[in-house]
Design a protein around this ligand. Sequence first.
Ligand code: GLN
Ligand code: ZN
Length: 806
Amino acid sequence: MTTTTATTARPLTHNLGYPRIGEKRELKKATEAYWAGKLSRAELEQVGSELRRKNWETQRAAGIDLIPSNDFTFYDQVLDTSCLVGNVPPRFGWQGGQVDLDTRFAIARGVRKGGNNNDGGSAAAAKDACTCSKDQGDSADAQAATYASEMTKWFDTNYHYIVPEFRADTRFALSATKIFDEFSEALALGIRTKPVILGPVSYLKLGKVQDSQNPSFDRLSLLDSLLPVYAQILQKLEALGAEWVQLDEPIGALDLDDAERRALSTAYAALTTAAPKLKLLVTTYFGALRENLETYLALPVAALHLDATPRGDLKEIERVLAELPADKALSLGLVDGRNIWKSDLAALLPRAQAAAAKLGTGRLLLAPSCSLQHVPVTLRNEQKLDAEFKGWLAYAEEKLSEVATLASALGGQADEAALTANAAAIKSRRESPRIHRPEVKARTAKVAPSDFDRASPYATRRLAQRGANGPLATLPDFPTTTIGSFPQTPEIRAARLRHKRGELGTAEYEKFIEAETLACVRFQEEVGIDMLVHGEYERNDMVEYFGEQLDGFAFTEHGWVQSYGSRYVKPPIIFGDVSRPAPMTVRWSAYAQSLTKLPMKGMLTGPVTVLQWSFVRDDQPRRDTTFEIALALRDEVRDLEAAGIAAIQIDEPAIREGLPLRRSDWAAYLDWAVNAFRLSAAGVRDNTQIHTHMCYSEFNDIIDSIAAMDADVITIETSRSNMELLGAFVNFKYPNEIGPGVYDIHSPRVPTVDEMVKLMRKAAQVIPPENLWVNPDCGLKTRGWAEVRPALANMVEAARIIRAES
Ligand code: GLN
Ligand code: ZN
């Protein structure tokens, strides 16, 4: 059954989107091989069509009635939308007609000098240039002759989309057949899909104006010329035999203004008129609609999909059930599409039943809350997880079965075996001593207000640290340091892999890492850095390394999700109460400190970043989990101090990306996020210097919270903004020390002494010079030694010059 029939007693099931990466990451392998010139265009297309077929058939087998199409993409669905409507930035020289695959890749990845986009994967490597998850993508590639479009986070997920660019003279025209081809392709397999498109208003809202002549151009004014193209698309889909079309308008979860709300009403009035026989399903997810609710309820469409997980607002759903116009169906996104946990069906079923009782099953659809692209593909291939743990999980494929189980129970055909098994798994998770550890809960319960505060205010601490008797008394003005990691060479990666596979013994591996660390320490001494780091050679990843050593974390073999393009991440799973069985970094920091008289900076990943870059448990507030991590880190910080480490950096690059979608929710989040950092840091003596690092530079709207973290030193990214982004700190009169990055580590280019001197002079004009540090923008992990050596030598020289001037 793939089409609607009025006779089904159970509600229709549907899915908003399925992961396209393939259960063995087939898409990554194929696209990268294509970019490297090792796979032909036809072979790549073949992999794509195989993946689509498999996905459709999986969804059909799972019992999904309305299966999505056009959710597949070789790079990004927002980019596909730009291509569909013919919005290719002029610099790519597209002449109209069909936007082909190589143009898509060019927009996403930039074009290298010589115009060859088949680059042997090197542009993909350039995308790794920063260790932050929110990187600038290939656009950061200084070699690119035509720079790529920007990339940004898709709402508060870790998926990044290609930002549409709009200009006053942007005109739209139907310019791709992908959405039609995929519909027909599925139809040939006997599946009448529900094509998915990003809705016109979200498309405009999520893009940005890139028009030097008209920088304040209102992109919403493009709606009038965009709508006819959408109308054409719908009419064509209708002609091909589509019954339902899904239009994603997730901006409903954002703060909208009246004009944006009006645009939604205008758009759907027009689209419904254009294709009156099609059933339009407008979706929104990731949060409640709040003041946008009335607008969405009034859209003249066949059905509305809402996020019915706790991320939405369960009260709001009740209101919707009461107020939904009689001509509209409601799709409830009950199964969480953003985590990897099995749903508690016994808890969801009554909610689905209540909805069915209000609306009738004919007006109800059941679905995951959002596209399943944010979760891994299937649990089938996870061979190494123990049965109990695996029983707690549901990836995309398993979530579909949950939706189907709910629907059949509503239709009076409950799958008792499935419901019983689900209840047993939920019970085991609720009660497992692997998850619930009374000693951890006792400790978080005992956290006192004073635990968040350093013993003395910053001014006192500064004297204790850098004053005549302080451990950091020898630091000069404008001290130089780095952010932590040094180049992770192929040899280091190979050694780690061999160690992981058991081919290299732990003693030998550690010897190897010690040798690398020693060389790194000697290099820093020779080049003249003032505060050293050990280089982070022992770490694969700044979260995984800690997760592997903390209790309460688990790792999967196949838990991959797409971050952008061909880059996927495999986040750890925080499943239980977190604690630290043993010191995690002390051995490496103490070893590195033993090699030098210069101060060695300890290096930790902060609690919010660990949380943000993991799959998080859904059975307690995020705040509670973060505090558990913070307490574990607090012990580590103290152990580092006891081991003679006088400065400790706690990286928090993810604080900003954790900001809620709605402004009015920011304060509550920032309050606990800042407190978690303080809890991790505040256990040390006055004379221990706490650093933090954030690799971005938009601080204006959160500067008071950044200041409230009360780190003795903060290092941030500023080189690309020419220090302008220091403004937030200047206006705030930020009192503590600050290291504005002077070396753009996203680029392989070696910065000159002169440009770094100029940047520091600019900084010294607005920040008290005695508070300034000199450092790169971020870690050097993905750079090569050939660039790092001269770049740091220049940075040290720049510091000398600026010191002599002041
Ligand atoms: N200490 C880390 C490094 O240098 C910081 C990485 C980050 O900010 N993302 O790699
Ligand atoms: Zn960084």
